[in-house]
Design a protein around this ligand. Sequence first.
Ligand SMILES: Nc1ncnc2c1ncn2[C@@H]1O[C@H](COP(=O)(O)OP(=O)(O)OP(=O)(O)O)[C@@H](O)[C@H]1O
Length: 517
Amino acid sequence: MTSSAILQYPIKPVDQLPIDVNLAEALLVSVAEYGGQLHGRRIWLACSGGRDSLALAALCVQLYRQGKLPFLPQLLHVNHGLQADSHYWAAHVASWAHIQQLPCQVLMAKVDGHDEQAARLARYHVMRAHINQDDVLLLGHHADDQAETVLMRLIQGAGVNGLSGMQAWREQSQSAQRNILWRPWLSVRRSTISHYAQQLELPYIDDPTNDSGDNVRSGLRLEVLPALTAYNSSAITNIARSAQLLADAQAIVSDQAVQDLQQTAIVPLNYPPAQHVLNIDKLHSLPIYRQRQLIHTWLTQDEPLPPSKQLVDDVLSLTERNDHNHQTQLDWHGRTQKYSIRRYRQQLYRLSSTWLAWLALPCITHTQMLPCSNLAQQPTMMLTLRTGKGIDWQLEITLNTLIQFINDTFSGSDKLNHDKEGMVLKCTPLGRQQRVQTTLATRPQASKKLYQTLGVPVWLRDSLVVISIASAQKEEALPLLLVSPFESWVLGTDKSLANAINDSGFLASAIKNILSI
Ligand SMILES: Nc1ncnc2c1ncn2[C@@H]1O[C@H](COP(=O)(O)OP(=O)(O)OP(=O)(O)O)[C@@H](O)[C@H]1O
């Protein structure tokens, strides 16, 4: 039924009408399967007013009133405002729910575009914003929808994950919001739902755009699936079952990939999610099919959509290059961000565009008097070395440890005009030509030689800061430490002193790198 005619149609309470046993069984089996996770959660039902979601709502009312269902979902109808009649539909869903004594809310969506995908995105966006953390959203998808989805993905060349179709229970997170999509009817045929809807004389809305045949999905629905069903009358149920089997296979593949990732990823405590790193030697120790899967998983850890097979192959080729030309970089436009995939030595990096933009910001210079008295009142000092784009790089300085270190190391030393009352801590970005002596080299080094000795990749070379101390009266400072956002190296022209500092770890415990996002 379309347009305003729907408002004239009589709405009957469904609780006294007959129940369809197959539909009830599918729903109750799913309730039993996810019972543990359902416990204590609020349950909503996304109701378009179409046959499937209205039938699901009717069945929930019937089973709940008979005491067979432990919850009564609240209806959520989204008005996309895309068609002239959409406000009639919203009013109709609300009246139907009112007569069933079912709570119902109508939400307005702001659709960015005119296609089904834009409407779907807008719909999930408003529903997610309306419901609470960990709430469950029931959807009326069925086996015919599943078969369409699988065929659609098949002709797009999907892998196991894509071919496993829609999941019956899917946790989805966006920013801090997490909720669950629940599709209890994925094994149920559309014809079974139609039959039930007719029996109940459900006043459902026929969206005229559903079968307009103007996109691939409706072409599959109207032409391809009937043709397949002519060869095998169970084709749709069988495709939906294959999807379920592939979902199990995908779970095994994911578990393996997560294990491989744990073995292969380099994750020092303070690595930000903006920079993912893989150890290429460990990657290459795996069989090639696991390498491919691992790269796929590594690339998409925080992205909703998978990378192309071509990108995974290109990344693999990058790891296999032996020509020492590691300048190649691959770009990937993820759904949430752009990324650059790069190699440095035997490490593979996935750098987000936010991270690269942050690395291009200047480092902040500091000249800070060290408070030699009243330490108990100010035990630590934070110095921000770079900030912006939501990322902060700070040094946390434990003052009494640092001052004890200076006293122990430099009093009586001619390296520094040690002035107990007036010491200054300086943080200065390392100049490209500035020479510094690390414990890894026999003489001071600058630029490329230094970066190679330290193993600093190209994109981190403007993120090196020299930490030095000086007496307040004297201009000349004594370099102690070179820091990058992830590492630090002891500096010193006196090699034995530098080695001693290096070994004691004293300085590292006094001056800590903190990266927060
Ligand atoms: N406007 C809407 N408001 C709330 N939920 C919706 C809306 N449109 C779709 N949904 C939910 O998404 C599911 C799948 O969407 P789809 O576009 O296949 O539905 P439909 O064919 O328009 O309606 P139905 O599945 O109810 O017959 C629906 O079963 C329903 O649960």
